[in-house]
Ligand binder design. Structure first.
Ligand SMILES: [Zn+2]
Length: 355
């Protein structure tokens, strides 16, 4: 991956932007988009758009969500401790004992998610699983009034952990779900700007996916695309303790290329075109079966208006919804290349009626 792209990816990961508060990451994404796209803007819901080859046909929407899971302050107690609610799907065991960054009007406030020390827990306490409602944030405030000088009800927060590179081309960070997808759709659009596509391409960084595919729904309605490709992360199953899932699900490995989903949520002809293109370009792909609507923007895309030709290209990721989400940088490059090369082949005459 070249230096410019790597810096773009790191800046995306390091932006504090949970669902509903995507402002900081939108700034990073749009700054990059304006270096090559014909038109770049943010809609009233917060989705950011970058258009390549305006006036082309058909209209292709590439969607990657740029929100992340986080928390929101819902109560400040008399002692100055902050009580929180989840923005998105949390494993509360992961959140405990973490440092957090709270996004306030005045800037970032540091805090920690506290927990009673192991020494002070009864044997029963030690076996108990905590829930989000048991978690509090400590910002070092003296009391309620002191805390209220630092934060307000409704301020969002995320775990304090940023982008880092590891061995063998892997990278770790929070929010690879799904800044990795927002990265891939813009990189694909960047490549398409240098190719000669017939299609008009809308790369869209969508909001609020983690709380119900909300941004993709409004963006797709506005764009009214013929074709939609969602890019999200998916579970790599190449690590210990996968248990029964190993027997039910196909093995998905980091660094082995894009994951293409087959199932009712996916247009079979667009799936075939992706596979054919991967073969021609010598891009390895991994196949995943999903017998229902996927839990991704692909679901919102397909069900837009009278139906959209939809595919899902996924990036393998270990340890989803944790501060140590692990991905392979090579997979990101392969995903954007596969999408660019596939979209390049689509013409106004390409027939995607599935049967
Ligand atoms: Zn997620």
């Amino acid at each position: 991956m070249n230096k410019q792209s790597k810096k773009f990816l790191a800046d995306l990961i390091n932006s504090i932007s949970p669902s509903g508060y995507e402002g900081p990451v939108a700034k990073v994404w749009k700054a990059e988009a304006t270096t090559f796209a014909s038109r770049v803007w943010t809609d009233t819901h917060g989705n950011s758009h970058a258009v390549v080859n305006p006036g082309g046909s058909p209209v292709v929407m590439l969607a990657g969500h740029y929100d992340e899971i986080g928390f929101q302050i819902s109560y400040i107690d008399d002692e100055g401790f902050l009580w929180i609610q989840a923005l998105g799907g949390w494993d509360p065991q992961i959140a405990q004992g973490q440092r957090v960054q709270i996004m306030t009007k005045k800037g970032v406030v540091r805090g920690v998610i506290g927990k009673v020390a192991i020494h002070m827990q009864t044997p029963e306490d030690r076996k108990k699983v905590s829930e989000i409602k048991d978690l509090w944030v400590d910002v070092g405030a003296k009391n309620k009034a002191d805390a209220e000088k630092m934060v307000e009800i409704g301020d969002p927060l995320v775990i304090a952990s940023g982008y880092e590179e590891m061995a063998n081309g892997l990278a770790v960070g929070r929010a690879f779900d799904d800044r990795a997808g927002a990265f891939v759709v813009l990189e694909a659009a960047r490549q398409l700007a240098k190719l000669s596509p017939k299609a008009e391409i809308h790369a869209v960084a969508t909001v609020q996916e983690e709380i119900g595919l909300r941004g993709a729904q409004t963006a797709a309605y506005g764009i009214n695309p013929d074709i939609g490709i969602a890019v999200d992360v998916t579970f790599a199953t190449d690590h210990p303790n996968m248990g029964e899932a190993r027997k039910r699900e196909n093995l998905i490995e980091l660094g082995k290329g894009p994951v293409l989903t087959r199932g009712p949520n996916i247009n079979s002809k667009l799936f075939d075109l992706l596979v054919k293109t991967a073969k021609a370009e010598k891009i390895p792909v991994q196949i995943n079966a999903e017998p229902r609507g996927t839990g991704t923007d692909a679901n919102a895309l397909q069900l837009n208006r009278s139906g959209v030709t939809t595919a899902l290209v996924s990036i393998p990721l270990r340890y989803m919804h944790s501060p140590c989400e692990l991905i392979s940088l090579k997979d990101l490059e392969l995903c954007s290349k596969l999408i660019a090369k596939t979209v390049e082949k689509v013409t106004p005459r390409t027939n995607f009626v599935p049967f």
